[in-house]
Design a protein around this ligand. Structure first.
Ligand code: DGL
Length: 276
């Protein structure tokens, strides 16, 4: 009798705690897309620290301070189920501290060296990331642990981060600018067959990159693996049928966000506000 009663009464859906996705700019949107595909019922609070953008050329301590400061504010304000540092530049230096500081699971995004090593037949891997990420000890440790027998050609570029930001604002990217950036990957006699997109911005322009490489390559990034990891940590049952509310916050000027509005609307963000 009771079960009949429950099935007839429309109970209000339990408030689902959101997932925080944090990045300096729009790069974390590549992770957001994977999260939406894997966990379509989870509400997302996206935060771009556009006041501190770009993180790539910043000293490590500045990146750590900004990341911890923003995450703490977000956790206090939104009481999330989990936070993703959707930025390789920040994750490679701030993860241990963020996990110590916050009492929720914190997932970091780091360069996908291991899957690239598993896929590279030539044992030559390219790493396209920010200047910060290519210089990190953490990145060297990943290479040492998972790709010891590979040659890893590293290219750090802040310009590519800026070009991605422009692309998402509807601006046209000159293919020659992209060619110049990736040139060092193909300057020697041995070209990589796998390229790690070790910055969350870059999967957002994978198609453009693919159209200008001089030889076919396999592009590898961490997005899908991150969504799988989040799903296993949350072990949430799919209980809602409607698309939840996704909200986009930023820390700096409105001016840099205005040209992003069409992209953010197309990605189903229902609110776009400065973080207060
Ligand atoms: N999207 C970020 C990353 O994955 C960094 C971009 C930047 O602010 O330099 O490293």
């Amino acid at each position: 009798m009771l079960s009949v009663f429950i099935s007839l009464v429309s109970l209000p859906p339990m408030q689902q705690k959101p997932i925080i996705i944090f990045d300096s700019g729009v790069g974390g949107l590549s992770i957001y897309q994977e999260i939406r595909a894997k966990l379509p019922f989870m509400p997302v609070i996206y935060c771009s620290d556009n006041e501190g953008f770009p993180y790539g050329p910043k000293p490590e301590n500045d990146v750590i301070d900004r990341t911890l400061h923003c995450l703490t504010r977000l956790v206090v304000k939104f009481q999330p189920a989990l936070a993703i540092i959707a930025c390789n530049t920040a994750s490679t230096v701030s993860l241990p501290r963020a996990r110590q500081l916050l009492d929720i699971p914190v997932v970091g995004v780091v360069p996908a060296i291991k899957p690239a090593s598993q896929r590279s037949k030539k044992r030559i891997i390219g790493l396209l990331a920010t200047p910060g990420t290519v210089a990190r000890d953490y990145t060297d440790q990943l290479i040492h642990e998972f790709a010891k027998d590979c040659e890893v050609i590293k290219v750090g570029s802040t310009e590519l981060v800026h070009l991605t930001e422009q692309h998402l604002r509807g601006e046209t990217i000159n293919p020659d600018d992209l060619k110049k950036i990736i040139e060092p990957l193909f300057s020697g006699n041995n070209w990589p067959d796998c390229i790690v997109l070790g910055c969350t911005h870059f999967p957002l322009i994978r198609g453009l990159l693919d159209s200008i490489v001089p030889a076919p390559v396999t592009w590898v990034d961490s997005g899908e693996a991150i969504a799988r990891r989040v799903a296993s940590l949350l072990q949430t049952l799919h209980s809602h049928h409607e698309e939840p509310e996704h909200r986009f916050f930023y820390t700096g000027s409105d001016k840099s966000v205005t040209p992003l509005l069409p992209t953010l609307a197309a990605m189903n963000f229902s609110e776009i506000t400065r973080l207060k």
